[in-house]
Design a binder for this molecule. Structure first.
Ligand code: NAD
Length: 499
């Protein structure tokens, strides 16, 4: 019998009651391995009610005690990391080593959030007027929601839940329906760590669940990560219902290779950044921009040679460089883009379509694919493919290369490979993209800086993790107080000023 997954509400598993389910696949085999319940609006409202009830007590727990729960949670995740990585790999399709990275980058942010006692400190100004002091404090919002994508089922839920919970909120997670088992297991570990029931909840579902979260006035903030059209529609919906929202979307990340770069290093970097996790990372590099024909010819031949040595396999195969893509629909979308690129006139140098992995003929495998002579009008350049497809757009000059990511609809990540400090500095300052790497192909900022793309890659004012996360999950209150010590001024009818 197919395994039936649950929701996680008030510190315990809860069976789905809507009668609606989605299949959860093992993308390495193409077989259904579980079913996840899709919550009805009533079920979602019950989760919110439960969370709201628990939140008041949690907000009253002092920040250091809250941080201790986070410390215990980090320890428990580390103790269970192998089991979590396997669970993750079997539903997502990324390799075990890569799944460990997914978990670790999530834990980094929970560790950062243990600094809540410091990060939640307000400001204080003494004697701004006679007997008058001003101070500010950060207070939790209440119940907040996270809606997360399939491609980092541990990392992104933890990026949101860690700071939200540390700041004294209750958190309702609506994870991707494609790989919900890791979030459910994390929920168990939160409970085991001593988090009060109702503070971390998982509600599985689709548009109905999401719309209910967005419509409910008890949800005060929504953190979303996923594709751009959904990010934008959730941002608009949240604005209509008066919620704070940060919604991160798709990407098309460029890596510029200057003529003075170490081309072996650049080729190796491109290989990992374009094909790691089968290209299903929002910070994956999907466009290489060599500057100058000589650079392009050499780089392309190095890439072609290296791609020949890559191994696609079952996600649990330790020899595999990357596994399958997440779903049959993803496989079809990626193969559709490869066909479109050929039709649009790009040179298809390595074609990853039709790859078969022996013993796993039903798996959703696409091999590494390389296009040369791609131009900005082509759909394979303009749109996010989200698969192991690297496109090469040749540029003649630095200015031409700089303009490509700057003018692209998306602005998540970008990188430059060069040995020249001046060029790197100029590029980092002028490029219209949110996260920049200098000789670093996937510049995902560490936990104590913030993560967020520009343009169609991010809607909202504040970024994820780092200090912004605490700004997002708290509201500021400013108190002006006066202890007059016998001063008698009488009634005043003019606007108070510092004069
Ligand atoms: P997705 O947009 O299909 O789904 C994301 C979440 O939204 C899921 O929980 C899903 O159930 C929900 N959802 C889907 N359709 C919905 C609808 N019509 N109404 C309400 N909710 C809906 O994205 P995905 O395929 O899971 O993830 C891949 C995408 O996420 C890529 O575009 C990738 O670039 C992006 N991503 C961005 C970042 C970032 O930080 N910018 C990070 C990771 C992934």
């Amino acid at each position: 019998m197919t395994k039936q997954l649950t929701h996680y509400v008030g510190g315990a598993h809860r069976e789905g009651a809507s009668g609606r389910y989605a299949d959860v696949y093992n993308p390495s085999t193409g077989q259904v391995q579980a079913q996840v319940p899709l919550a009805s609006a009533d079920e979602v409202r019950e989760v919110i009610a439960n969370a709201a009830k628990a939140q008041a007590g949690w907000a009253e727990t002092n920040p250091q005690k809250r941080a201790r729960v986070l410390h215990r949670f980090v320890d428990l995740v580390n103790e269970n990391a192998d089991e979590l990585a396997e669970l993750l790999s079997l539903e997502h399709g990324k390799t075990i080593a890569d799944a460990h990275g997914d978990i670790q980058r999530g834990l980094d942010v929970v560790e950062f959030a243990t600094a809540a006692p410091h990060l939640l400190k307000g400001e204080y100004s003494d004697a701004v007027g006679t007997g008058i002091d001003v101070y500010s404090m950060r207070q939790p919002l209440g119940v907040v929601a996270g809606i997360t994508p399939f491609n980092f089922p541990a990392m992104i839920p933890l990026w949101k839940a860690g700071p939200a919970i540390a700041a004294g909120n209750a958190f309702v997670l609506k994870p991707s329906e494609r790989d919900p088992s890791v979030p459910l297991r994390l929920a168990e570990l939160w409970t085991e760590a001593g988090l009060p029931d109702g503070i971390f909840n998982v509600v599985n579902g689709d548009k109905e669940a999401v719309d209910t979260l967005l419509d409910d006035p008890r949800i005060k903030a929504v953190g979303f990560v996923g594709s751009t059209p959904i990010a934008q529609s959730i941002y608009e919906h949240a604005a209509r219902t008066g919620k704070r929202a940060q919604c991160f979307g798709g990407a098309k990340n460029h890596l510029i290779i200057m003529p003075d770069a170490d081309l072996d290093q650049a080729a190796d970097a491109l290989l990992g950044a374009a094909f790691g996790s089968a290209g299903e990372r929002c910070m994956a590099i999907s466009v290489a921009v060599p500057v100058g024909q000589q650079t392009a010819d050499t780089l392309v031949s190095k890439l072609q040679e290296r791609i020949g040595g890559l191994k696609v396999g079952h996600s649990l195969d330790p020899q595999a460089d990357f596994g399958p893509v997440v779903a049959k629909s993803a496989l079809e979308r990626i193969e559709g883009y490869i066909a479109a690129g050929e039709k649009e006139g790009a040179s298809l140098l390595v074609d990853g379509r039709g790859v078969k992995v022996e013993g796993y003929e039903g798996g959703y495998f696409v091999g590494a694919t390389l296009f040369d002579h791609v131009t900005p009008e082509m759909s394979i350049y303009r749109e996010e493919i989200f698969g192991p497809v690297l496109t090469v757009v040749r540029a003649e000059t630095f200015e031409e290369a700089l303009a490509l990511p700057s003018n692209h609809e998306f602005g998540n990540g970008v990188a430059i490979y060069t040995r020249d400090g001046d060029t790197a500095r100029e590029f980092a300052r002028r490029v219209e993209v949110g996260m920049v790497g200098v000789n670093v192909p996937i510049p995902v900022p560490i936990a104590y800086y913030t993560f967020g793309g520009w343009k169609a890659s991010g809607f909202g004012d504040l970024n994820q993790h780092g200090p912004d996360a605490f700004r997002f999950y708290t509201k500021t209150k400013t108190v002006t107080s006066r202890w007059p010590s016998g001063i008698k001024e009488g009634a005043s009818f003019v606007m108070p000023t510092g004069n």
